[in-house]
Design a protein around this ligand. Structure first.
Ligand code: ADP
Ligand code: MG
Length: 238
């Protein structure tokens, strides 16, 4: 089954073309990483998938349904950003449950989901705290927990580790890999970090200037980069 299918996605801001003719398929359960230099369109592409931006052209299909007209909250996705974007006035639990409450989910369901997510992320002891009382790594785990409780078909991550120091970045990366195995979810993950791409991805999509430069498994790209640009990002040292 296809979790996500992009067909000829184009996006312009005014006269500036940011995404050009992007085609991509993500199989259910797959971990797909977008890499590319700053400004190449990674975040814009995620935002188009999420419905936070409209594509100028092309279709976005999630779980077999064309969702171009479907609002973000109804797309069956959850997004984790680089800046945790937690609500400072809400507790950890409040942040994790807000979307479910807004959807009108039952108290039992919400309690069950919070228990599951906080166990997976070792946040059980922090549910009553506010974001200001947490470390950066804990805040990012709350942001991930907020995504997990919605049990999305598709997770979107936009450079989720780039605000963390090196040790935390590695721990959180391992945690995300574990969650991917446990949840059997499809994930699309943006980074400009080679190690993250190489270790997390089933499939890497190299973006350059709004286009797909090359798609392949980490080993394929490492051993057979299509050109110097890809090699510079992921290839074997020459
Ligand atoms: P990346 O995430 O790969 O660093 P972005 O998707 O954020 O790249 O940005 C791609 C290009 O689109 C950049 O040149 C950026 O300035 C431009 N851009 C992004 N969002 C907007 C916007 N809302 N209005 C105008 N230009 C934008
Ligand atoms: Mg970005």
């Amino acid at each position: 089954m296809t979790a996500l299918k992009l067909t000829n996605i184009c996006k312009s801001f005014g006269k500036v073309e940011v995404l050009r003719n992007i085609d991509l398929e993500v199989v259910e359960g797959e971990f797909v990483v977008f890499v590319g230099p700053s400004g190449c369109g990674k975040s814009t592409l995620l935002r188009v998938i999420a419905g936070l931006e409209d594509a100028t052209q092309g279709t976005v299909e999630i779980g077999g349904e064309i969702v171009n007209q479907v609002p973000p909250a109804k797309r069956g996705i959850a997004m984790v950003f680089q800046s945790y974007a937690l609500y400072p006035h809400l507790t950890v639990e409040g942040n994790m449950t807000l979307a479910l409450k807004q959807e009108g989910q039952s108290k039992d369901l919400i309690a069950e989901r919070v228990a599951m997510a906080s166990r997976m992320l070792s946040l059980e002891d922090y549910l009553a705290r506010r974001p200001s009382e947490l470390s950066g790594g804990q805040r990012q785990r709350v942001a991930i927990g907020r995504a997990i409780v919605r049990e999305p078909k598709l997770f979107l991550f936009d450079e989720p580790l780039s605000n963390l120091d090196a040790a935390l970045r590695m721990n959180t990366r391992i945690e995300i890999a574990r969650l991917h195995r446990q949840l059997h979810a499809s994930m699309v993950y943006v980074t400009h970090d080679q190690t993250e791409a190489m270790t997390l991805a089933d499939k890497i999509v190299v973006l350059r200037d709004g286009r797909v430069e090359q798609v392949g498994s980490p080993m394929e790209l490492y051993n057979n980069p299509a050109n110097q640009f890809v090699a510079g990002f992921l290839g074997a040292p020459s």
